[in-house]
Each structure stands twice: as structure tokens, then as C-alpha cells.
Design a protein around this ligand. Structure first.
Ligand code: BES
Ligand code: MN
Ligand code: ZN
Length: 500
């Protein structure tokens, strides 16, 4: 694994080596501190810009090698465009974009945290640093051969030059904790399913106890005793045993009801007997992205010592076809006592969630439950990869999630729940069936199914992250496949509304 860069904050000074990154606006406008840092080189930038037709437009950049009058190897000037209104997420993306301009081989990087309109404040500088850390992540554990330009040095350091280094450092401390959670989630999603099966996933959660989290692992015998027939039915075709992990962080008042996060952890989803077509089936190693997010979130909350009582619960199974596998037509009894007719063994995530959500509510009597699951292809058809689908039985929780989503850039879009959809999952033989029978509204009927395992008094939101949990597209703050989506979102939700 290539190592994460070490990030430090310093006052504005001109660096004497490495890569220097500065920002300029349209018309090659620099801020006053940047002008000082660049000194005479500012004129050189102006001359080079003409030849390159660089005008400082947002999303463009100019690179100068061995710039005269500076001791650095390389100067990168990044355009930020017209000084339009800034959005909450801007500095994070700016940091990610800046890190994208750094050659893999660079050991020392200095970023001047100033826009033409003025120096970034402590929070913005910390966001910039977080964007850098997120962008720098690569998952290369299984690469044994690397081209020279893909090699990163053992030690990389990024210095953020800011107006108030002390305040920025302080603001960055909690973001560093959250970044750790995001990267942990990405690692889990990126791991192949021959390495990361339920037991191994459970084993890795044990590392969270170092941060002060209480980790409890239930095995198949425990779950059988409890009566988790829905979850166990999914895993019964796999040679890998299923697990349920309960992670508790008690940073809040003693005895105060916790908030619960539940994650779908299907370590591999072949579809089971209702087997999936071969095309892109390899992506189904990421069908545990919900569980990865919950794990990363718990790590983040503990690392930043969040003043909240939080419980993360993840249902870990592998969905395989086999002589022992569950069949279409089988009827299972869930922990809630409700019976389910299996119509399609590929609609397995909701079966896992049904038992884990019921267990969470029954045992912890939480203030709210948020579940995350790569649940349906239908949500990708509806929303693509920009927004996760959100279903909720509570307007306040829904509004808070929407707001936290806008602030972090991990956006959610509320989808409907209604009795008409609920009717679609009534079964001839059991209390319900596990699919609506029609592909229409597939994300909604899945949510309706889960809703049958939530009592109306517990505020609940279901996030269908099939489109956002992993991603082959590139963006400013993530170049790897696993996104770690949801860690920053839910950390923000907790920080804004539930920490005291
Ligand atoms: N894990 C899949 C959903 C999925 C698809 C996630 C693509 C990420 C990318 C889920 O278990 C599934 O197979 N859902 C089925 C449900 C159907 C059988 C009712 C689907 O979406 O087709
Ligand atoms: Mn499936
Ligand atoms: Zn699945």
C-alpha cells in the first residue's frame, strides 16, 4: 500500500524544494500572500500563461518547471475562475484537484491556501487538507509491478501554507479522524471477496476496539438462537459462515438512547439460485459498501471522540448458489416473527436488513435508525451516481440528511413510500414476498419491504447507495473504486444534530 502523505500547516513562506501549488482567479489574479510567496516568478507566470492560453478559468492549470527565482522543482498554478459565491464543499474539491496535479514521485508539496479574494479561513484550509488526503488514496495492495511514474516515495509530505496555522491544525484534527474512516471504508469495499468474506470482515472490525469501540461478533449459532431466519437464509448457500457485528461507541451521556446505523454487508452477491448474468458481476464484491460505511463511520466517531452514543450494526453474508442454497418459493421466518416468501434469491439485501434492523430497534431502542445498502439496480436507473436514494418515515430526519448531504457533497434525494407500493409485496403463501414482482419502482418496493421491519415510532431512513458506494468514474476527491460514500455525510449528521 502506498503511504498517505503527512499533512502539516505552516505560515505563508516560500518553500525551498518540491512542488509549489498556488491558486489564481480569472485574469491571473493572485492574492496578496501568494504574490509574496511567488515574488518575481509572478511575472514569469504571466508570460507563460500567454503562450499556454491559460487565463485562470476554473478547472484549468498551468505548470512551470524549475521556475526562475524560486528553488522549487515545479510550480503549479490552478485557476479558480471568477470569484463567484463559494459553496460549502468548494475547498475540499479544490484540495482534491490540487493533489491531482502533483506527480506521483513528488516528496514535498506546498499548497498556498489563498484565493485571489483572500486567505482561506481555518475550516476552509482544513477542508482543503482533507481533500488532499482523500485524493491521495490509492488501493494498490495487489500490484506487484509498478511503472516508474506510478511509484510513490516512502515518505510524502504536504504543507498547507495558511494565515493561522494553529487554528487550521485544530480544525483539521477532526477531519483527519473522519478521513481515516473514509479510507477504511474504501479499503473494505476495494478488497476482493476471496480475501474479505464475512469472518474476515468481522475480524477487521476488531481493530476498532483500539479507538475505544466495543465490538461484539455474533456467529451463526447465536443468530439461529435469536431466530434470524431471513439473514441466515441468504448465507446458507455459502461455505463462508455469516456474521453480525455490533460496534458501540459511548461518547454521549450515560444511559442516553443511542443512534443506530445499520449496513448491508453482502461480501459477494452472485444472486444465489436466481443467479446474475456474468457481465460486471465482479462489482458485487462491493455489495458490502453499506457495512463498510458503517464501520468507517464508527471508526471516525471514535477517533474524533464524538459526544454521542452510537451503535453500528452490520449483517455479513455471502450470497452463493449451491446444493444448500435457498430456493425461490422457500418461506423463511424473520427475527420479527413475520414470514417471507423468497421469490428471487437475488433480492437478498433486504432480507439481511430486515433482521438486523429489527434487532437494532429491539435491543437498543434508538433515537433513530439509518440504514445503508447497495440495495437495487433500480435506484441507479432513477438517480444515477450523483445522489443516493433516501426513504424515510420521518420528515425531520429526512431534512437533516438532505442538508448534511448538500454540505458534504454526499447528496441524498428523497423517494416516496406509499401503501400502494406496499401492497405489491403481499404474498399468497406468507406475510410478504421479497420482491414486488415487477421491475417498476424496484427501489421503492425494496424500501417498503424494509419498512415492514421498522415500527412507526422509530425515526428511520434507508439510503440506497447502489449508485454511490462504488464507482468507476473519477472525481476530485476519489480516484479509487470504493468511494467510502456516507462516512462524511453521517458524521456531519451526528455532529450537527445529535452531539451535545
Ligand atoms: N446488490 C444488488 C443491487 C446492486 C446492483 C447494487 C448493481 C449495486 C450495483 C442487489 O442485491 C440486487 O441484486 N438487487 C436486484 C433486486 C431484484 C432481484 C428485485 C436488482 O436490483 O436487480
Ligand atoms: Mn442481489
Ligand atoms: Zn445485493
Amino acid at each position: 500500500m502506498s503511504s498517505a502523505p503527512k499533512i502539516a500547516f505552516n505560515a505563508f513562506t516560500t518553500p525551498s524544494k518540491g512542488v509549489l501549488i498556488a491558486f489564481c482567479g480569472e485574469g491571473l489574479e493572485f492574492g496578496s500572500a501568494t504574490r509574496k510567496v511567488l515574488g518575481k516568478t509572478a511575472d514569469l507566470v504571466r508570460r507563460a500563461a500567454k503562450g499556454e492560453r491559460f487565463s485562470g478559468k476554473s478547472g484549468t492549470s498551468l505548470e512551470l518547471l524549475l521556475p526562475e527565482a524560486l528553488k522549487v522543482d515545479r510550480l503549479v498554478v490552478i485557476g479558480t475562475g471568477k470569484g463567484s459565491e463559494s459553496k460549502p464543499n468548494d475547498a475540499l474539491k479544490l484540495g482534491g484537484g490540487a493533489m491531482g496535479k502533483v506527480p506521483k514521485s513528488a516528496e514535498d508539496v506546498t499548497v498556498v491556501a489563498e484565493l485571489p479574494s483572500g486567505a482561506l479561513d481555518a475550516d476552509q484550509a482544513a477542508d482543503l487538507a482533507q481533500g488532499i488526503a482523500l485524493r491521495a488514496y490509492v488501493f494498490d495492495r495487489y500490484k506487484t509491478k509498478r511503472k516508474d511514474d506510478e511509484k510513490t516515495p516512502e515518505k510524502r509530505s504536504v504543507t498547507i501554507a495558511v494565515e493561522g496555522p494553529g487554528a487550521a491544525r485544530k480544525a483539521y484534527a477532526r477531519r483527519e479522524a473522519v478521513t481515516g474512516g473514509v479510507l477504511m471504508a474504501r479499503d473494505l469495499v476495494n478488497e476482493p471477496a476471496n480475501v474479505l468474506y464475512p469472518e474476515e470482515f468481522a475480524r477487521r472490525t476488531r481493530a476498532l476496539s483500539k479507538a475505544g469501540i466495543d465490538v461484539e461478533v455474533l456467529d451463526e449459532r447465536d443468530m439461529k438462537k435469536l431466530g434470524m431466519g431471513a439473514l441466515l437464509g441468504v448465507g446458507q448457500g455459502s461455505s463462508r459462515e455469516s456474521r453480525l457485528v455490533v460496534m458501540r461507541w459511548n461518547g454521549g451521556k450515560k444511559g442516553e438512547a443511542p443512534v443506530c446505523f445499520v449496513g448491508k454487508g453482502v461480501c459477494f452477491d452472485t444472486g444465489g439460485i436466481s443467479i446474475k448474468p456474468a457481465g460486471s458481476m465482479e462489482d458485487m464484491k462491493g455489495d458490502m459498501a453499506g457495512a463498510a460505511c458503517v464501520t468507517g463511520l464508527m471508526q471516525a466517531l471514535a477517533a474524533r471522540k464524538a459526544k454521542v452514543n452510537a451503535v453500528g450494526l452490520i449483517g455479513l453474508v455471502e450470497n452463493m448458489p449451491d446444493g444448500k442454497a435457498q430456493r425461490p418459493g422457500d418461506i423463511v421466518t424473520s427475527l420479527s416473527g413475520q414470514t417471507i416468501e423468497i421469490i428471487n434469491t437475488d433480492a437478498e439485501g433486504r432480507l439481511v436488513l430486515a433482521d438486523v434492523i429489527w434487532y437494532a430497534a429491539d435491543r437498543f431502542k434508538p433515537k433513530f435508525i439509518v440504514d445503508l445498502a447497495t440495495l437495487t439496480g433500480a435506484i441507479i436507473v432513477a438517480l444515477g451516481q450523483e445522489y443516493a436514494g433516501m426513504f424515510a418515515n420521518n420528515d425531520e430526519l429526512s431534512e437533516r440528511l438532505t442538508k448534511a448531504g448538500e454540505e458534504t457533497g454526499e447528496k441524498v434525494w428523497r423517494m416516496p413510500l406509499a401503501p400502494e407500493y406496499d401492497k405489491m409485496i403481499d404474498s399468497k403463501f406468507a406475510d410478504m414476498k421479497n420482491t414486488g414482482g415487477s421491475r417498476w419502482g424496484g427501489a421503492i418496493t425494496a424500501a417498503q419491504f424494509i419498512k415492514r421491519f421498522v415500527d412507526d415510532k422509530t425515526p428511520w431512513a434507508h439510503l440506497d447507495i447502489a449508485g454511490t458506494g462504488f464507482d468507476s468514474r473519477q472525481n476530485d476527491v476519489n480516484r479509487s473504486w470504493g468511494s467510502g460514500w456516507g462516512v462524511r455525510l453521517l458524521d456531519r449528521l451526528v455532529a450537527e444534530y445529535y452531539e451535545r
